[in-house]
Design a protein around this ligand. Structure first.
Ligand code: GDP
Ligand code: MG
Length: 439
Protein backbone atom coordinates (compact mmCIF):
# COMPACT_ATOMS: atom_id res chain seq x y z
CA UNK A 1 0.00 0.00 0.00
CA UNK A 2 2.74 2.39 0.98
CA UNK A 3 4.36 1.70 -2.33
CA UNK A 4 1.16 2.54 -4.14
CA UNK A 5 0.80 5.77 -2.26
CA UNK A 6 4.36 6.66 -3.06
CA UNK A 7 3.78 5.93 -6.72
CA UNK A 8 0.62 7.97 -6.71
CA UNK A 9 2.45 10.87 -5.12
CA UNK A 10 5.51 10.70 -7.26
CA UNK A 11 3.52 10.53 -10.47
CA UNK A 12 1.45 13.47 -9.24
CA UNK A 13 4.57 15.45 -8.51
CA UNK A 14 6.00 14.88 -11.92
CA UNK A 15 2.78 15.64 -13.62
CA UNK A 16 2.71 19.40 -13.78
CA UNK A 17 -0.90 20.12 -14.67
CA UNK A 18 -3.30 17.74 -12.96
CA UNK A 19 -6.84 16.76 -13.79
CA UNK A 20 -9.70 16.30 -11.38
CA UNK A 21 -9.40 12.58 -11.99
CA UNK A 22 -5.72 12.63 -10.92
CA UNK A 23 -6.71 14.26 -7.67
CA UNK A 24 -9.47 11.73 -7.07
CA UNK A 25 -7.06 8.85 -7.65
CA UNK A 26 -4.51 10.28 -5.27
CA UNK A 27 -7.15 10.90 -2.63
CA UNK A 28 -8.24 7.29 -2.79
CA UNK A 29 -4.68 6.23 -1.97
CA UNK A 30 -4.44 8.75 0.84
CA UNK A 31 -7.69 7.49 2.28
CA UNK A 32 -6.45 3.91 2.29
CA UNK A 33 -3.15 4.90 3.84
CA UNK A 34 -4.89 6.71 6.67
CA UNK A 35 -7.28 3.87 7.36
CA UNK A 36 -4.42 1.43 7.40
CA UNK A 37 -2.58 3.67 9.84
CA UNK A 38 -5.56 3.23 12.14
CA UNK A 39 -6.96 6.70 11.84
CA UNK A 40 -10.57 6.86 12.88
CA UNK A 41 -12.79 6.51 9.79
CA UNK A 42 -14.79 9.64 10.53
CA UNK A 43 -11.61 11.64 10.81
CA UNK A 44 -10.42 10.12 7.54
CA UNK A 45 -13.60 11.03 5.73
CA UNK A 46 -13.54 14.59 6.92
CA UNK A 47 -9.88 14.96 6.13
CA UNK A 48 -10.10 13.54 2.64
CA UNK A 49 -13.10 15.69 1.81
CA UNK A 50 -11.45 18.87 2.93
CA UNK A 51 -8.23 18.10 1.08
CA UNK A 52 -10.12 17.15 -2.05
CA UNK A 53 -11.98 20.42 -1.98
CA UNK A 54 -8.79 22.40 -1.68
CA UNK A 55 -6.98 20.32 -4.25
CA UNK A 56 -9.67 20.56 -6.86
CA UNK A 57 -9.67 24.33 -6.49
CA UNK A 58 -9.21 26.14 -9.76
CA UNK A 59 -5.81 27.53 -8.91
CA UNK A 60 -4.35 24.10 -8.37
CA UNK A 61 -5.82 22.56 -11.48
CA UNK A 62 -4.65 25.41 -13.61
CA UNK A 63 -1.21 25.79 -12.18
CA UNK A 64 1.80 24.34 -13.94
CA UNK A 65 3.02 22.44 -10.91
CA UNK A 66 -0.41 21.35 -9.73
CA UNK A 67 0.85 17.89 -8.87
CA UNK A 68 3.33 19.19 -6.36
CA UNK A 69 0.71 21.45 -4.89
CA UNK A 70 -1.66 18.56 -4.27
CA UNK A 71 1.01 16.60 -2.46
CA UNK A 72 1.85 19.65 -0.42
CA UNK A 73 -1.80 20.22 0.47
CA UNK A 74 -2.05 16.67 1.80
CA UNK A 75 1.00 17.13 4.01
CA UNK A 76 0.11 20.58 5.21
CA UNK A 77 -3.44 19.62 6.09
CA UNK A 78 -2.30 16.52 7.87
CA UNK A 79 0.25 18.32 10.01
CA UNK A 80 -2.22 21.14 10.56
CA UNK A 81 -4.69 18.58 11.88
CA UNK A 82 -2.09 17.49 14.39
CA UNK A 83 -1.54 21.01 15.64
CA UNK A 84 0.75 22.43 12.99
CA UNK A 85 3.53 23.69 15.18
CA UNK A 86 5.45 21.83 17.82
CA UNK A 87 3.81 22.70 21.17
CA UNK A 88 5.91 23.60 24.22
CA UNK A 89 5.18 22.51 27.77
CA UNK A 90 3.54 25.02 30.10
CA UNK A 91 5.63 26.10 33.07
CA UNK A 92 4.67 28.13 36.10
CA UNK A 93 6.07 31.60 36.78
CA UNK A 94 6.09 30.75 40.43
CA UNK A 95 7.94 27.47 40.96
CA UNK A 96 7.39 24.64 41.27
CA UNK A 97 5.75 23.74 38.00
CA UNK A 98 3.42 20.79 38.64
CA UNK A 99 2.64 18.04 36.16
CA UNK A 100 0.29 15.09 36.54
CA UNK A 101 0.67 11.89 34.54
CA UNK A 102 -2.61 10.17 33.78
CA UNK A 103 -3.74 7.27 31.63
CA UNK A 104 -4.68 3.63 31.57
CA UNK A 105 -2.59 0.91 33.16
CA UNK A 106 0.42 0.04 31.06
CA UNK A 107 0.21 3.15 28.92
CA UNK A 108 3.62 4.28 30.11
CA UNK A 109 2.86 6.85 32.83
CA UNK A 110 5.56 5.83 35.26
CA UNK A 111 8.26 5.43 32.63
CA UNK A 112 7.27 8.67 30.95
CA UNK A 113 7.30 10.55 34.28
CA UNK A 114 10.99 9.65 34.51
CA UNK A 115 11.68 10.40 30.86
CA UNK A 116 10.00 13.78 31.13
CA UNK A 117 11.90 14.73 34.29
CA UNK A 118 15.11 13.75 32.55
CA UNK A 119 14.22 15.62 29.37
CA UNK A 120 13.28 18.86 31.12
CA UNK A 121 16.30 18.71 33.38
CA UNK A 122 18.46 18.51 30.27
CA UNK A 123 16.63 20.92 28.00
CA UNK A 124 15.32 23.49 30.47
CA UNK A 125 17.73 23.01 33.28
CA UNK A 126 14.89 22.23 35.69
CA UNK A 127 15.28 20.52 39.05
CA UNK A 128 12.64 17.79 39.08
CA UNK A 129 11.12 15.70 41.82
CA UNK A 130 8.93 12.66 41.19
CA UNK A 131 5.96 11.82 43.36
CA UNK A 132 4.74 8.24 43.73
CA UNK A 133 0.94 8.52 43.96
CA UNK A 134 0.07 5.10 42.51
CA UNK A 135 -0.61 3.08 45.65
CA UNK A 136 -2.57 0.27 44.05
CA UNK A 137 -0.15 -1.69 41.95
CA UNK A 138 2.20 -3.42 44.39
CA UNK A 139 5.41 -2.61 42.55
CA UNK A 140 4.45 0.85 41.35
CA UNK A 141 6.33 2.76 44.03
CA UNK A 142 9.44 0.62 43.64
CA UNK A 143 9.32 1.10 39.91
CA UNK A 144 9.34 4.87 40.22
CA UNK A 145 12.06 4.72 42.85
CA UNK A 146 14.25 2.63 40.58
CA UNK A 147 13.74 5.12 37.78
CA UNK A 148 14.61 7.96 40.14
CA UNK A 149 17.81 6.20 41.16
CA UNK A 150 18.81 5.58 37.56
CA UNK A 151 18.36 9.24 36.74
CA UNK A 152 19.57 10.57 40.04
CA UNK A 153 16.27 12.40 40.58
CA UNK A 154 14.59 12.40 44.02
CA UNK A 155 11.36 10.43 44.42
CA UNK A 156 8.83 11.33 47.09
CA UNK A 157 6.71 8.51 48.47
CA UNK A 158 4.68 7.75 51.59
CA UNK A 159 4.11 4.06 51.03
CA UNK A 160 0.72 2.66 50.07
CA UNK A 161 -1.29 3.38 53.20
CA UNK A 162 -1.82 7.09 52.60
CA UNK A 163 -4.30 8.44 50.06
CA UNK A 164 -2.91 9.57 46.71
CA UNK A 165 -4.33 13.06 47.26
CA UNK A 166 -2.48 13.35 50.55
CA UNK A 167 0.73 12.06 48.97
CA UNK A 168 0.46 14.60 46.17
CA UNK A 169 -0.08 17.48 48.60
CA UNK A 170 2.75 16.48 50.94
CA UNK A 171 5.03 15.83 48.00
CA UNK A 172 4.40 19.29 46.67
CA UNK A 173 5.28 20.83 50.06
CA UNK A 174 8.44 18.76 50.20
CA UNK A 175 9.42 19.89 46.70
CA UNK A 176 9.05 23.52 47.74
CA UNK A 177 11.11 22.91 50.86
CA UNK A 178 13.85 21.35 48.73
CA UNK A 179 13.74 24.11 46.14
CA UNK A 180 12.69 21.78 43.38
CA UNK A 181 11.13 23.68 40.48
CA UNK A 182 9.43 20.77 38.74
CA UNK A 183 7.11 18.21 40.31
CA UNK A 184 5.82 15.25 38.32
CA UNK A 185 3.08 13.20 39.93
CA UNK A 186 2.78 9.59 38.83
CA UNK A 187 -0.76 8.37 39.29
CA UNK A 188 -2.51 5.01 39.14
CA UNK A 189 -4.20 3.60 36.08
CA UNK A 190 -6.84 0.99 35.48
CA UNK A 191 -7.34 -1.44 32.66
CA UNK A 192 -10.52 0.42 31.80
CA UNK A 193 -11.83 3.80 32.67
CA UNK A 194 -13.83 3.73 35.89
CA UNK A 195 -15.47 6.21 38.17
CA UNK A 196 -13.32 5.56 41.23
CA UNK A 197 -10.17 6.31 39.30
CA UNK A 198 -11.57 9.44 37.74
CA UNK A 199 -12.75 10.77 41.07
CA UNK A 200 -9.32 10.23 42.56
CA UNK A 201 -7.62 11.99 39.67
CA UNK A 202 -10.02 14.90 39.94
CA UNK A 203 -9.24 15.21 43.63
CA UNK A 204 -5.52 15.28 42.97
CA UNK A 205 -6.06 17.86 40.29
CA UNK A 206 -7.99 20.11 42.67
CA UNK A 207 -5.43 19.65 45.41
CA UNK A 208 -2.31 20.52 43.41
CA UNK A 209 -3.63 22.65 40.55
CA UNK A 210 -1.19 21.32 37.95
CA UNK A 211 0.19 23.34 35.03
CA UNK A 212 -0.20 20.29 32.83
CA UNK A 213 -2.24 17.13 33.01
CA UNK A 214 -0.59 14.78 30.56
CA UNK A 215 -2.65 11.97 29.20
CA UNK A 216 -0.28 9.13 28.37
CA UNK A 217 -1.58 6.99 25.54
CA UNK A 218 -0.19 3.79 24.08
CA UNK A 219 0.00 4.37 20.32
CA UNK A 220 -0.29 0.66 19.66
CA UNK A 221 -3.85 0.58 20.94
CA UNK A 222 -4.99 2.36 17.79
CA UNK A 223 -8.70 3.07 17.64
CA UNK A 224 -9.24 2.31 21.28
CA UNK A 225 -6.82 5.07 22.23
CA UNK A 226 -9.26 7.55 20.79
CA UNK A 227 -12.09 6.56 23.12
CA UNK A 228 -9.77 6.61 26.09
CA UNK A 229 -8.52 10.06 25.21
CA UNK A 230 -12.03 11.28 24.70
CA UNK A 231 -13.26 10.21 28.12
CA UNK A 232 -10.17 11.33 30.04
CA UNK A 233 -10.47 14.69 28.40
CA UNK A 234 -14.15 14.85 29.11
CA UNK A 235 -13.76 14.14 32.80
CA UNK A 236 -10.43 15.70 33.64
CA UNK A 237 -9.93 18.33 30.99
CA UNK A 238 -6.40 17.14 30.25
CA UNK A 239 -3.97 19.70 28.86
CA UNK A 240 -1.75 17.61 26.56
CA UNK A 241 -1.13 14.14 25.25
CA UNK A 242 2.00 12.01 25.23
CA UNK A 243 1.98 9.18 22.75
CA UNK A 244 4.14 6.23 23.80
CA UNK A 245 5.46 3.12 22.08
CA UNK A 246 5.97 4.74 18.74
CA UNK A 247 9.23 2.83 18.43
CA UNK A 248 7.45 -0.18 16.98
CA UNK A 249 6.03 -0.19 13.52
CA UNK A 250 2.78 1.48 14.51
CA UNK A 251 2.06 4.15 11.99
CA UNK A 252 0.79 6.56 14.59
CA UNK A 253 -2.64 7.13 13.16
CA UNK A 254 -3.84 7.47 16.75
CA UNK A 255 -2.02 10.80 16.89
CA UNK A 256 -4.27 12.20 14.25
CA UNK A 257 -7.54 10.97 15.72
CA UNK A 258 -6.65 11.91 19.29
CA UNK A 259 -5.74 15.43 18.37
CA UNK A 260 -8.89 15.78 16.33
CA UNK A 261 -11.20 14.31 18.95
CA UNK A 262 -9.78 16.04 22.04
CA UNK A 263 -8.47 19.22 20.48
CA UNK A 264 -5.50 18.91 22.85
CA UNK A 265 -1.94 19.04 21.54
CA UNK A 266 0.38 16.06 21.52
CA UNK A 267 3.59 17.30 23.07
CA UNK A 268 5.88 14.28 23.20
CA UNK A 269 6.31 10.82 21.81
CA UNK A 270 7.88 7.87 23.56
CA UNK A 271 10.14 5.91 21.29
CA UNK A 272 11.61 3.18 23.46
CA UNK A 273 11.93 1.73 26.93
CA UNK A 274 15.10 3.61 27.78
CA UNK A 275 14.79 6.76 29.84
CA UNK A 276 16.09 9.03 27.12
CA UNK A 277 13.61 7.76 24.54
CA UNK A 278 11.32 10.78 24.60
CA UNK A 279 11.03 13.25 21.75
CA UNK A 280 9.08 16.45 21.22
CA UNK A 281 6.20 15.81 18.87
CA UNK A 282 6.61 17.24 15.39
CA UNK A 283 3.32 17.29 13.44
CA UNK A 284 5.00 17.40 10.04
CA UNK A 285 7.15 14.37 10.73
CA UNK A 286 4.15 12.49 12.02
CA UNK A 287 2.30 13.39 8.84
CA UNK A 288 5.04 11.68 6.89
CA UNK A 289 5.06 8.71 9.16
CA UNK A 290 1.33 8.25 8.84
CA UNK A 291 1.57 8.45 5.09
CA UNK A 292 4.42 6.01 5.39
CA UNK A 293 7.15 7.61 3.39
CA UNK A 294 9.89 8.66 5.76
CA UNK A 295 10.71 12.32 5.76
CA UNK A 296 12.26 12.13 2.35
CA UNK A 297 9.93 14.63 0.80
CA UNK A 298 10.73 17.26 3.41
CA UNK A 299 14.37 16.57 2.91
CA UNK A 300 14.21 17.02 -0.81
CA UNK A 301 12.09 20.12 -0.50
CA UNK A 302 14.48 21.69 1.93
CA UNK A 303 17.43 20.78 -0.19
CA UNK A 304 15.80 22.37 -3.18
CA UNK A 305 14.98 25.53 -1.27
CA UNK A 306 18.49 25.94 -0.06
CA UNK A 307 20.40 25.12 -3.16
CA UNK A 308 20.48 27.42 -6.08
CA UNK A 309 20.08 25.09 -9.00
CA UNK A 310 22.40 26.91 -11.30
CA UNK A 311 25.13 27.08 -8.75
CA UNK A 312 24.68 23.38 -8.19
CA UNK A 313 25.23 22.72 -11.85
CA UNK A 314 28.35 24.82 -11.81
CA UNK A 315 29.63 22.83 -8.91
CA UNK A 316 28.90 19.57 -10.65
CA UNK A 317 30.85 20.87 -13.61
CA UNK A 318 33.77 21.83 -11.41
CA UNK A 319 33.73 18.41 -9.81
CA UNK A 320 33.73 16.69 -13.13
CA UNK A 321 36.74 18.71 -14.21
CA UNK A 322 38.58 18.27 -10.95
CA UNK A 323 38.41 22.01 -10.29
CA UNK A 324 36.42 21.71 -7.06
CA UNK A 325 38.28 23.71 -4.41
CA UNK A 326 38.14 24.60 -0.74
CA UNK A 327 35.92 27.62 -1.41
CA UNK A 328 33.29 25.34 -2.90
CA UNK A 329 33.78 23.02 0.01
CA UNK A 330 33.04 25.77 2.54
CA UNK A 331 30.06 26.95 0.55
CA UNK A 332 28.50 23.51 0.49
CA UNK A 333 29.22 22.91 4.09
CA UNK A 334 27.47 26.14 5.08
CA UNK A 335 24.55 25.27 2.87
CA UNK A 336 24.14 21.93 4.53
CA UNK A 337 24.24 23.47 7.95
CA UNK A 338 21.59 25.98 7.01
CA UNK A 339 19.27 23.09 6.48
CA UNK A 340 19.37 22.18 10.15
CA UNK A 341 21.31 19.79 12.33
CA UNK A 342 23.06 17.11 10.34
CA UNK A 343 21.68 14.47 12.61
CA UNK A 344 18.12 15.48 11.78
CA UNK A 345 18.89 15.49 8.08
CA UNK A 346 20.30 12.00 8.24
CA UNK A 347 17.34 10.72 10.20
CA UNK A 348 15.00 11.94 7.50
CA UNK A 349 16.43 9.55 5.00
CA UNK A 350 14.08 6.58 5.08
CA UNK A 351 15.74 3.65 6.75
CA UNK A 352 18.54 5.59 8.37
CA UNK A 353 16.42 6.31 11.42
CA UNK A 354 15.88 2.60 11.87
CA UNK A 355 19.50 1.56 11.77
CA UNK A 356 20.29 0.00 15.15
CA UNK A 357 22.34 2.36 17.29
CA UNK A 358 21.23 5.35 15.26
CA UNK A 359 19.78 7.12 18.28
CA UNK A 360 23.08 6.74 20.06
CA UNK A 361 24.75 8.20 17.05
CA UNK A 362 25.40 11.87 17.25
CA UNK A 363 26.84 13.71 14.32
CA UNK A 364 29.64 15.73 15.73
CA UNK A 365 28.92 19.24 14.60
CA UNK A 366 32.11 20.44 16.25
CA UNK A 367 34.04 18.39 13.75
CA UNK A 368 32.52 20.54 11.02
CA UNK A 369 33.51 23.72 12.83
CA UNK A 370 37.09 22.49 13.09
CA UNK A 371 37.15 21.72 9.40
CA UNK A 372 35.86 25.15 8.63
CA UNK A 373 38.42 26.77 10.90
CA UNK A 374 41.20 25.00 9.03
CA UNK A 375 39.97 26.08 5.63
CA UNK A 376 39.47 29.66 6.83
CA UNK A 377 43.13 29.77 7.81
CA UNK A 378 44.22 29.09 4.26
CA UNK A 379 44.99 31.96 1.91
CA UNK A 380 42.58 32.50 -0.99
CA UNK A 381 45.20 31.11 -3.34
CA UNK A 382 45.60 27.98 -1.26
CA UNK A 383 41.85 27.45 -1.15
CA UNK A 384 41.65 27.61 -4.87
CA UNK A 385 44.62 25.39 -5.41
CA UNK A 386 45.12 22.96 -2.55
CA UNK A 387 48.24 21.63 -4.26
CA UNK A 388 50.03 24.76 -3.06
CA UNK A 389 49.79 23.49 0.49
CA UNK A 390 53.29 22.25 1.22
CA UNK A 391 54.53 21.32 4.67
CA UNK A 392 55.40 24.83 5.82
CA UNK A 393 52.09 26.22 4.64
CA UNK A 394 50.28 23.41 6.39
CA UNK A 395 52.10 24.23 9.60
CA UNK A 396 51.00 27.85 9.27
CA UNK A 397 47.39 26.77 8.68
CA UNK A 398 47.52 24.51 11.71
CA UNK A 399 48.73 27.35 13.89
CA UNK A 400 46.22 29.80 12.48
CA UNK A 401 43.29 27.50 13.10
CA UNK A 402 44.53 26.13 16.42
CA UNK A 403 44.22 22.58 15.09
CA UNK A 404 46.97 19.99 14.99
CA UNK A 405 49.14 19.49 11.93
CA UNK A 406 47.79 15.96 11.80
CA UNK A 407 44.26 17.20 11.46
CA UNK A 408 45.23 19.63 8.74
CA UNK A 409 47.01 16.89 6.84
CA UNK A 410 44.08 14.58 7.22
CA UNK A 411 41.58 17.13 5.95
CA UNK A 412 43.68 17.96 2.91
CA UNK A 413 44.24 14.32 2.14
CA UNK A 414 40.56 13.47 2.45
CA UNK A 415 39.62 16.49 0.42
CA UNK A 416 41.92 15.49 -2.41
CA UNK A 417 40.75 11.89 -2.31
CA UNK A 418 37.10 12.75 -2.50
CA UNK A 419 37.76 15.32 -5.17
CA UNK A 420 39.33 12.67 -7.30
CA UNK A 421 36.53 10.29 -6.60
CA UNK A 422 33.95 12.87 -7.60
CA UNK A 423 35.80 13.65 -10.78
CA UNK A 424 35.81 9.97 -11.59
CA UNK A 425 32.13 9.64 -10.89
CA UNK A 426 30.86 12.66 -12.68
CA UNK A 427 30.34 11.02 -16.02
CA UNK A 428 26.79 10.25 -15.00
CA UNK A 429 24.53 12.78 -13.32
CA UNK A 430 23.80 12.49 -9.66
CA UNK A 431 20.19 12.35 -8.56
CA UNK A 432 18.75 15.80 -8.12
CA UNK A 433 18.30 17.03 -4.60
CA UNK A 434 20.38 14.49 -2.81
CA UNK A 435 23.21 14.79 -5.27
CA UNK A 436 23.27 18.52 -4.80
CA UNK A 437 23.30 18.17 -1.09
CA UNK A 438 25.87 15.57 -0.53
CA UNK A 439 27.72 16.23 -3.75
P1 GDP B 1 2.04 2.74 33.51
O1 GDP B 1 1.27 1.56 33.96
O2 GDP B 1 1.18 3.66 32.70
O3 GDP B 1 2.77 3.44 34.58
O4 GDP B 1 3.12 2.18 32.46
P2 GDP B 1 4.68 1.91 32.68
O5 GDP B 1 5.42 3.18 32.72
O6 GDP B 1 4.87 0.98 33.79
O7 GDP B 1 5.01 1.20 31.29
C1 GDP B 1 4.47 -0.05 30.90
C2 GDP B 1 5.45 -0.74 29.99
O8 GDP B 1 5.59 -0.03 28.78
C3 GDP B 1 6.84 -0.81 30.58
O9 GDP B 1 7.38 -2.08 30.29
C4 GDP B 1 7.61 0.27 29.84
O10 GDP B 1 8.97 -0.04 29.75
C5 GDP B 1 6.93 0.23 28.51
N1 GDP B 1 7.02 1.51 27.80
C6 GDP B 1 6.66 2.75 28.21
N2 GDP B 1 6.88 3.67 27.26
C7 GDP B 1 7.40 3.02 26.19
C8 GDP B 1 7.82 3.42 24.88
O11 GDP B 1 7.76 4.58 24.47
N3 GDP B 1 8.30 2.43 24.08
C9 GDP B 1 8.37 1.12 24.49
N4 GDP B 1 8.86 0.22 23.64
N5 GDP B 1 7.98 0.73 25.69
C10 GDP B 1 7.49 1.65 26.55
MG1 MG C 1 2.68 3.19 36.62
Amino acid sequence: LTGRLQDAFSSLRKKGKVSEQDVQDAMRQVRLALLEADVNYKVVREFVNSVREKAIGEEVLESLNGGQQVVKIVYDELSELMGGEQAEVVTSYIPPTVYMMTGLQGAGKTTTAGKLANFLRKSKNMKPMLIAADIYRPAAIDQLQTIGEQLNIPVFSMGDQVSPVEIAKKGLEEAKAQNRDLVIIDTAGRLHIDEVLMTELKEIKTAVDPEEIFLVVDAMTGQDAVNVADSFNDQLDISSVILTKLDGDTRGGAALSIRKVTGKPIKFTGTGEKLDALEPFYPDRMANRILGMGDLLTLIERAQEEVDEKRAEELAQKMAENRYDFNDFIEQMDQMRNMGPLEDLLKMIPGVGNIPGMDEFEMDEKELDYMKAIVMSMTPAEREDPDLLNQSRRRRVAEGSARSLNEVNRLIKQFKQSREMMAGMSGGKMPKGLGQMFG
